[in-house]
Write a protein of this length. Sequence first.
Length: 201
Amino acid sequence: MTPWKLPLIVAAIAVPIALSFYFGGPGVGVSVGALVAVAIVVIAVRMRPREALGHEPSAAAGSRLLVVAACAVEEAGAVAEIAAAAAPAHGALATVLILAPARIGFLDRWASDLEGARRAAQRSLVITVASLAKAGVEAEARVGDEDVVQAVEDQLGSFDATEVILVSAGPEQDPDAAAAAAELERRLRPRFSWIETAPSQ
């Protein structure tokens, strides 16, 4: 952080609180202070490091394909694209890992009900793995973090992918996945592609 930014941040935090105490009294000041604190926490939680993710692909390591299934993959076109990416290179099939983010709904989050999201992710994995198996692609499967980018980042720590494919509904049906695709496009060192497909019904 550049030196001149810190005083501005401190002023942005302190000035509204001080003015609230001065003009509105202790009640208003405490309320504004609480709102500022909540805003700081929300911003801190939403911020994530923007460094590059993964490693530059190495031909010597073989092909390792990470498929992020934001929805169940059973559409023929999507399955064919993944099968083509996993096709033999230099006589060896790619190692394929299917990752399904456990995407938690708004009400489930407030109720701290994570099991529903995990069950939905596991169903998505079963459908995806079965669809790929029919196309001759064997894959391992894991449930990941609800945040697509975080799920990819977590998985790259143990699975050094040479290519990452995100499969999701389009931007209108799944704007979160579209935002994740844009960020992954910017940050991933391995090759990245996004397959838009209709979500499983």
